[in-house]
Write a protein that binds this ligand. Structure first.
Ligand code: PMP
Length: 390
Protein backbone atom coordinates (compact mmCIF):
# COMPACT_ATOMS: atom_id res chain seq x y z
CA UNK A 1 0.00 0.00 0.00
CA UNK A 2 3.04 2.25 0.45
CA UNK A 3 4.28 1.47 -3.07
CA UNK A 4 2.13 4.05 -4.84
CA UNK A 5 2.90 6.67 -2.20
CA UNK A 6 6.63 5.98 -2.57
CA UNK A 7 6.59 6.19 -6.39
CA UNK A 8 4.99 9.62 -6.15
CA UNK A 9 7.56 10.83 -3.64
CA UNK A 10 10.54 9.41 -5.53
CA UNK A 11 9.51 11.59 -8.47
CA UNK A 12 10.03 14.66 -6.24
CA UNK A 13 13.83 14.19 -6.33
CA UNK A 14 15.24 15.54 -9.59
CA UNK A 15 18.76 14.21 -8.99
CA UNK A 16 17.35 10.71 -8.46
CA UNK A 17 15.02 10.63 -11.46
CA UNK A 18 17.74 12.08 -13.71
CA UNK A 19 19.96 9.03 -13.05
CA UNK A 20 17.93 5.83 -13.17
CA UNK A 21 21.14 3.83 -13.66
CA UNK A 22 22.49 4.97 -10.26
CA UNK A 23 21.35 4.17 -6.73
CA UNK A 24 22.09 6.71 -3.99
CA UNK A 25 22.75 4.68 -0.84
CA UNK A 26 24.53 7.34 1.22
CA UNK A 27 21.71 9.36 2.79
CA UNK A 28 23.35 9.11 6.23
CA UNK A 29 26.16 11.30 4.88
CA UNK A 30 23.78 13.80 3.35
CA UNK A 31 20.26 13.59 1.97
CA UNK A 32 19.07 14.44 -1.53
CA UNK A 33 16.71 17.39 -1.87
CA UNK A 34 13.12 17.33 -3.12
CA UNK A 35 11.98 19.87 -5.73
CA UNK A 36 10.04 21.94 -3.17
CA UNK A 37 13.26 22.62 -1.26
CA UNK A 38 15.02 23.68 -4.46
CA UNK A 39 12.03 25.89 -5.28
CA UNK A 40 12.08 27.50 -1.82
CA UNK A 41 15.77 28.36 -2.27
CA UNK A 42 15.14 29.82 -5.71
CA UNK A 43 12.11 31.79 -4.58
CA UNK A 44 13.87 33.20 -1.54
CA UNK A 45 16.92 34.30 -3.52
CA UNK A 46 14.91 35.80 -6.36
CA UNK A 47 12.23 37.57 -4.31
CA UNK A 48 13.43 38.28 -0.79
CA UNK A 49 17.17 37.93 -0.22
CA UNK A 50 18.39 40.39 2.45
CA UNK A 51 20.04 40.25 5.84
CA UNK A 52 17.99 39.37 8.91
CA UNK A 53 17.34 41.31 12.09
CA UNK A 54 18.02 44.81 10.86
CA UNK A 55 15.07 45.53 8.68
CA UNK A 56 13.94 48.94 7.58
CA UNK A 57 12.54 47.69 4.27
CA UNK A 58 10.30 44.75 3.26
CA UNK A 59 12.92 42.21 2.09
CA UNK A 60 14.85 42.56 5.34
CA UNK A 61 11.68 42.36 7.41
CA UNK A 62 10.54 39.29 5.52
CA UNK A 63 13.92 37.65 6.07
CA UNK A 64 13.74 38.34 9.80
CA UNK A 65 10.24 36.82 9.89
CA UNK A 66 11.44 33.82 7.92
CA UNK A 67 14.13 33.07 10.50
CA UNK A 68 11.74 33.52 13.43
CA UNK A 69 9.08 31.37 11.80
CA UNK A 70 11.68 28.70 11.09
CA UNK A 71 12.24 28.41 14.84
CA UNK A 72 8.53 27.67 15.26
CA UNK A 73 8.74 25.20 12.38
CA UNK A 74 11.54 23.29 14.12
CA UNK A 75 9.58 23.21 17.37
CA UNK A 76 6.46 21.94 15.63
CA UNK A 77 8.48 19.29 13.76
CA UNK A 78 9.90 18.07 17.07
CA UNK A 79 6.46 18.08 18.70
CA UNK A 80 7.20 20.83 21.22
CA UNK A 81 4.15 23.00 21.97
CA UNK A 82 5.97 25.42 24.33
CA UNK A 83 5.69 29.03 23.13
CA UNK A 84 9.29 30.25 23.62
CA UNK A 85 10.99 30.17 20.22
CA UNK A 86 14.35 31.34 21.57
CA UNK A 87 15.06 27.73 22.56
CA UNK A 88 15.85 26.95 18.90
CA UNK A 89 19.34 27.87 17.81
CA UNK A 90 20.48 27.54 14.17
CA UNK A 91 23.86 26.02 13.38
CA UNK A 92 25.75 24.66 10.38
CA UNK A 93 25.08 21.06 11.37
CA UNK A 94 25.24 18.57 14.20
CA UNK A 95 28.97 19.01 14.80
CA UNK A 96 28.59 22.73 15.42
CA UNK A 97 25.36 22.17 17.34
CA UNK A 98 26.96 19.75 19.80
CA UNK A 99 29.89 22.15 20.20
CA UNK A 100 27.46 24.98 20.94
CA UNK A 101 25.81 22.87 23.63
CA UNK A 102 29.20 22.06 25.17
CA UNK A 103 30.42 25.64 25.02
CA UNK A 104 27.33 27.75 25.76
CA UNK A 105 24.85 25.50 27.45
CA UNK A 106 26.65 22.88 29.51
CA UNK A 107 28.86 25.04 31.79
CA UNK A 108 25.75 26.63 33.35
CA UNK A 109 24.48 23.21 34.35
CA UNK A 110 27.52 21.72 36.01
CA UNK A 111 29.00 22.11 39.46
CA UNK A 112 32.21 20.77 40.95
CA UNK A 113 31.97 16.99 41.37
CA UNK A 114 29.20 16.44 38.82
CA UNK A 115 29.33 13.61 36.32
CA UNK A 116 28.59 13.45 32.65
CA UNK A 117 28.07 10.25 30.67
CA UNK A 118 29.60 10.10 27.20
CA UNK A 119 29.12 7.23 24.72
CA UNK A 120 32.44 5.67 23.71
CA UNK A 121 31.61 4.51 20.20
CA UNK A 122 29.40 7.33 18.94
CA UNK A 123 30.24 9.67 16.11
CA UNK A 124 33.34 11.72 16.92
CA UNK A 125 31.14 14.84 16.90
CA UNK A 126 29.31 13.47 19.96
CA UNK A 127 32.45 12.72 21.98
CA UNK A 128 35.08 15.41 21.46
CA UNK A 129 32.98 18.43 22.61
CA UNK A 130 32.25 16.87 26.03
CA UNK A 131 35.91 16.10 26.67
CA UNK A 132 36.81 19.65 25.68
CA UNK A 133 34.13 21.02 28.02
CA UNK A 134 35.72 19.10 30.89
CA UNK A 135 39.09 20.72 30.09
CA UNK A 136 37.64 24.22 29.93
CA UNK A 137 35.72 23.76 33.15
CA UNK A 138 38.81 22.43 34.93
CA UNK A 139 40.66 25.59 33.94
CA UNK A 140 37.95 27.48 35.86
CA UNK A 141 38.26 25.22 38.87
CA UNK A 142 35.15 23.12 38.15
CA UNK A 143 36.09 19.45 38.06
CA UNK A 144 33.64 17.07 36.46
CA UNK A 145 33.92 13.36 35.91
CA UNK A 146 33.40 11.83 32.49
CA UNK A 147 31.89 8.37 32.67
CA UNK A 148 32.26 6.39 29.45
CA UNK A 149 29.09 4.60 28.36
CA UNK A 150 29.92 1.35 26.58
CA UNK A 151 28.24 -0.39 23.65
CA UNK A 152 27.36 -3.97 23.05
CA UNK A 153 28.91 -4.69 19.70
CA UNK A 154 26.73 -7.75 19.24
CA UNK A 155 23.49 -5.76 19.32
CA UNK A 156 24.75 -2.40 18.08
CA UNK A 157 23.05 -0.73 21.07
CA UNK A 158 24.26 0.95 24.24
CA UNK A 159 24.96 -1.37 27.11
CA UNK A 160 21.94 -0.38 29.16
CA UNK A 161 22.90 -2.50 32.14
CA UNK A 162 26.26 -0.81 32.33
CA UNK A 163 24.57 2.56 32.02
CA UNK A 164 22.23 1.82 34.91
CA UNK A 165 25.31 1.01 37.01
CA UNK A 166 27.19 4.11 35.83
CA UNK A 167 24.44 6.58 36.61
CA UNK A 168 24.41 8.02 40.11
CA UNK A 169 23.12 11.01 42.09
CA UNK A 170 25.78 13.28 40.57
CA UNK A 171 24.92 12.36 36.96
CA UNK A 172 23.80 15.63 35.42
CA UNK A 173 24.22 15.18 31.69
CA UNK A 174 24.10 12.30 29.22
CA UNK A 175 25.03 12.55 25.55
CA UNK A 176 23.42 9.90 23.35
CA UNK A 177 22.75 9.38 19.69
CA UNK A 178 19.23 8.47 18.67
CA UNK A 179 20.08 6.30 15.67
CA UNK A 180 23.65 5.07 15.44
CA UNK A 181 25.39 6.16 12.25
CA UNK A 182 27.22 2.83 11.80
CA UNK A 183 25.07 0.16 13.45
CA UNK A 184 21.77 1.81 12.49
CA UNK A 185 20.21 0.78 15.80
CA UNK A 186 17.55 2.92 17.42
CA UNK A 187 19.31 3.53 20.72
CA UNK A 188 16.34 3.17 23.02
CA UNK A 189 16.18 6.59 24.63
CA UNK A 190 13.41 5.55 27.03
CA UNK A 191 15.72 3.04 28.69
CA UNK A 192 18.38 5.69 29.02
CA UNK A 193 15.90 8.03 30.72
CA UNK A 194 14.90 5.26 33.12
CA UNK A 195 18.56 4.60 33.94
CA UNK A 196 19.53 8.21 34.63
CA UNK A 197 16.33 9.45 36.28
CA UNK A 198 14.12 12.46 35.61
CA UNK A 199 16.57 15.21 36.60
CA UNK A 200 19.55 14.39 34.37
CA UNK A 201 19.74 16.31 31.10
CA UNK A 202 19.67 14.07 28.03
CA UNK A 203 21.21 15.56 24.91
CA UNK A 204 20.14 13.71 21.78
CA UNK A 205 22.34 13.58 18.70
CA UNK A 206 19.49 13.22 16.22
CA UNK A 207 21.62 13.53 13.07
CA UNK A 208 20.44 10.13 11.83
CA UNK A 209 16.86 10.23 13.03
CA UNK A 210 15.42 13.65 12.11
CA UNK A 211 13.86 13.19 8.67
CA UNK A 212 13.84 9.41 8.94
CA UNK A 213 11.34 8.71 11.71
CA UNK A 214 9.06 10.74 13.97
CA UNK A 215 11.16 12.54 16.59
CA UNK A 216 8.90 13.73 19.38
CA UNK A 217 10.55 15.44 22.34
CA UNK A 218 7.33 14.89 24.28
CA UNK A 219 7.54 11.15 23.75
CA UNK A 220 11.31 10.77 24.08
CA UNK A 221 11.55 12.96 27.19
CA UNK A 222 14.86 14.50 26.19
CA UNK A 223 16.10 18.01 26.98
CA UNK A 224 18.24 18.90 23.99
CA UNK A 225 17.99 17.77 20.37
CA UNK A 226 20.77 18.47 17.89
CA UNK A 227 20.45 17.70 14.19
CA UNK A 228 21.76 18.50 10.70
CA UNK A 229 19.40 20.17 8.25
CA UNK A 230 21.35 18.79 5.29
CA UNK A 231 20.68 15.21 6.39
CA UNK A 232 16.98 16.16 6.60
CA UNK A 233 16.81 17.37 2.98
CA UNK A 234 17.72 21.03 3.58
CA UNK A 235 20.83 22.69 2.14
CA UNK A 236 24.36 21.89 3.34
CA UNK A 237 25.48 24.19 6.14
CA UNK A 238 22.19 24.00 8.03
CA UNK A 239 21.28 22.51 11.37
CA UNK A 240 19.60 23.33 14.65
CA UNK A 241 19.68 22.81 18.39
CA UNK A 242 16.40 22.62 20.25
CA UNK A 243 16.33 22.99 24.05
CA UNK A 244 13.40 22.26 26.35
CA UNK A 245 11.91 25.57 27.46
CA UNK A 246 12.11 24.71 31.17
CA UNK A 247 15.85 24.13 30.74
CA UNK A 248 16.26 27.61 29.27
CA UNK A 249 17.77 28.66 25.95
CA UNK A 250 21.22 29.65 27.26
CA UNK A 251 22.67 29.99 23.76
CA UNK A 252 24.57 33.08 22.86
CA UNK A 253 21.45 34.71 21.41
CA UNK A 254 23.39 36.25 18.55
CA UNK A 255 21.36 39.43 19.04
CA UNK A 256 21.31 39.53 15.24
CA UNK A 257 24.92 40.68 15.41
CA UNK A 258 26.00 38.09 12.84
CA UNK A 259 24.47 37.04 9.56
CA UNK A 260 22.48 33.82 9.86
CA UNK A 261 22.37 31.32 6.98
CA UNK A 262 19.09 32.77 5.76
CA UNK A 263 18.81 30.78 2.57
CA UNK A 264 19.74 27.60 4.44
CA UNK A 265 17.07 28.35 7.03
CA UNK A 266 14.53 28.91 4.23
CA UNK A 267 15.48 25.50 2.84
CA UNK A 268 15.11 23.92 6.28
CA UNK A 269 11.54 25.19 6.64
CA UNK A 270 10.71 23.81 3.20
CA UNK A 271 12.37 20.48 4.02
CA UNK A 272 10.47 20.07 7.29
CA UNK A 273 7.24 20.95 5.45
CA UNK A 274 8.01 18.29 2.84
CA UNK A 275 8.85 15.67 5.48
CA UNK A 276 5.71 16.35 7.51
CA UNK A 277 3.55 16.13 4.41
CA UNK A 278 5.21 12.90 3.31
CA UNK A 279 4.83 11.61 6.89
CA UNK A 280 7.89 10.60 8.89
CA UNK A 281 5.97 7.57 10.19
CA UNK A 282 5.51 6.32 6.62
CA UNK A 283 9.11 7.14 5.71
CA UNK A 284 10.19 5.06 8.69
CA UNK A 285 7.99 2.12 7.69
CA UNK A 286 9.32 2.24 4.13
CA UNK A 287 13.00 2.35 5.08
CA UNK A 288 12.58 -0.28 7.81
CA UNK A 289 11.11 -2.65 5.22
CA UNK A 290 14.02 -2.01 2.83
CA UNK A 291 16.52 -2.45 5.66
CA UNK A 292 15.00 -5.77 6.68
CA UNK A 293 15.16 -6.90 3.03
CA UNK A 294 18.84 -5.99 2.87
CA UNK A 295 19.84 -7.56 6.21
CA UNK A 296 17.87 -10.69 5.42
CA UNK A 297 19.64 -10.98 2.05
CA UNK A 298 23.07 -10.35 3.58
CA UNK A 299 22.49 -12.94 6.28
CA UNK A 300 22.38 -15.58 3.56
CA UNK A 301 25.73 -14.53 2.12
CA UNK A 302 28.41 -16.23 4.20
CA UNK A 303 31.25 -13.89 3.21
CA UNK A 304 29.63 -10.86 4.87
CA UNK A 305 29.58 -9.73 8.47
CA UNK A 306 26.95 -7.14 9.43
CA UNK A 307 28.28 -4.81 12.12
CA UNK A 308 26.28 -4.79 15.34
CA UNK A 309 24.12 -7.67 14.18
CA UNK A 310 24.01 -11.35 15.01
CA UNK A 311 23.31 -13.43 11.95
CA UNK A 312 21.44 -15.96 14.02
CA UNK A 313 18.66 -13.53 15.00
CA UNK A 314 15.67 -12.73 12.83
CA UNK A 315 16.19 -9.57 10.78
CA UNK A 316 13.06 -7.97 12.18
CA UNK A 317 13.60 -8.81 15.85
CA UNK A 318 13.65 -5.67 17.96
CA UNK A 319 17.38 -5.96 18.74
CA UNK A 320 18.17 -6.26 15.09
CA UNK A 321 16.04 -3.39 13.86
CA UNK A 322 18.20 -1.19 11.63
CA UNK A 323 16.81 2.29 10.95
CA UNK A 324 17.81 2.53 7.31
CA UNK A 325 21.53 1.98 7.99
CA UNK A 326 23.35 -1.30 7.40
CA UNK A 327 27.12 -1.54 7.67
CA UNK A 328 28.98 -4.66 6.62
CA UNK A 329 32.32 -6.06 5.56
CA UNK A 330 33.46 -8.87 3.32
CA UNK A 331 35.79 -11.51 4.75
CA UNK A 332 38.31 -11.17 1.89
CA UNK A 333 37.59 -8.04 -0.16
CA UNK A 334 38.89 -4.74 1.23
CA UNK A 335 36.06 -2.31 1.98
CA UNK A 336 37.58 0.43 -0.19
CA UNK A 337 37.73 -2.01 -3.10
CA UNK A 338 34.20 -3.12 -2.35
CA UNK A 339 32.99 0.50 -2.50
CA UNK A 340 34.71 0.86 -5.86
CA UNK A 341 33.23 -2.37 -7.22
CA UNK A 342 29.79 -1.30 -6.08
CA UNK A 343 30.12 2.06 -7.79
CA UNK A 344 31.09 0.32 -11.02
CA UNK A 345 27.57 -1.16 -10.81
CA UNK A 346 25.99 2.24 -10.05
CA UNK A 347 25.73 2.00 -6.23
CA UNK A 348 26.90 4.97 -4.19
CA UNK A 349 27.86 3.80 -0.69
CA UNK A 350 30.21 4.97 2.00
CA UNK A 351 33.32 2.89 2.67
CA UNK A 352 35.74 3.84 5.45
CA UNK A 353 35.65 3.96 9.26
CA UNK A 354 32.67 6.33 9.45
CA UNK A 355 34.04 8.95 11.92
CA UNK A 356 33.49 6.73 14.92
CA UNK A 357 35.14 8.15 18.01
CA UNK A 358 37.06 6.65 20.92
CA UNK A 359 36.12 2.98 20.92
CA UNK A 360 34.84 2.84 17.37
CA UNK A 361 35.53 0.34 14.62
CA UNK A 362 39.17 0.28 13.60
CA UNK A 363 38.82 -1.50 10.31
CA UNK A 364 36.93 -0.26 7.30
CA UNK A 365 33.47 -1.33 6.27
CA UNK A 366 30.81 -0.45 3.75
CA UNK A 367 27.75 1.49 4.89
CA UNK A 368 24.49 1.46 3.00
CA UNK A 369 22.06 4.13 4.17
CA UNK A 370 18.57 4.50 2.79
CA UNK A 371 15.86 7.06 2.36
CA UNK A 372 12.37 7.28 0.98
CA UNK A 373 13.51 7.42 -2.68
CA UNK A 374 15.19 4.01 -2.45
CA UNK A 375 13.37 0.97 -3.80
CA UNK A 376 13.21 -2.80 -3.23
CA UNK A 377 14.60 -3.25 -6.76
CA UNK A 378 17.72 -1.30 -5.79
CA UNK A 379 18.20 -3.56 -2.77
CA UNK A 380 17.75 -6.71 -4.85
CA UNK A 381 20.24 -5.51 -7.49
CA UNK A 382 22.72 -4.65 -4.73
CA UNK A 383 22.34 -8.11 -3.18
CA UNK A 384 22.86 -9.70 -6.62
CA UNK A 385 26.16 -7.86 -7.02
CA UNK A 386 27.26 -8.68 -3.46
CA UNK A 387 26.41 -12.34 -4.07
CA UNK A 388 28.81 -12.51 -7.05
CA UNK A 389 31.64 -11.78 -4.58
CA UNK A 390 30.82 -14.79 -2.44
N1 PMP B 1 26.42 12.76 14.65
C1 PMP B 1 26.05 11.72 13.89
C2 PMP B 1 25.37 10.54 14.54
C3 PMP B 1 26.29 11.75 12.51
O1 PMP B 1 25.92 10.70 11.77
C4 PMP B 1 26.91 12.88 11.94
C5 PMP B 1 27.18 12.98 10.45
N2 PMP B 1 27.78 11.85 9.87
C6 PMP B 1 27.27 13.94 12.76
C7 PMP B 1 27.01 13.84 14.10
C8 PMP B 1 27.91 15.17 12.21
O2 PMP B 1 27.00 15.88 11.40
P1 PMP B 1 27.46 17.13 10.52
O3 PMP B 1 28.50 16.61 9.58
O4 PMP B 1 26.22 17.56 9.79
O5 PMP B 1 27.97 18.17 11.42
Amino acid sequence: ELGEWQRTLRAHFPIITAHPELAYLDSAATAQKPQSVLDAVHTYLTTTNANAGRGTYPWANRTTDLVEQARDRVKRFLDDPAPDRSTVHFTSGTTEGLRAVARDWLPGLLADGDEIVVPVADHEANIAPWLEARRHLAARGVHIRVRPMPYQRSSGDYDHTALAELAGPRTRFVAVSHVHHVYGGNMNVHRIRRAVGPDAVICLDAAQSVGHLPVSVADLDVDLVVFSGHKAMALPGTGAVWARQSRGPRFAPGGWSGTPNTVGIASLTAALDWLDTAGTDRIERWTLALTARLTEGLRHLDAYEILGCQKSLAADSSVQRRQGIVTFRHNAVDSGDLGFILFSHGFMVRSDQHCQGGAGERTGSVRVSLHVHNTPEEIDRLLDVLATLG
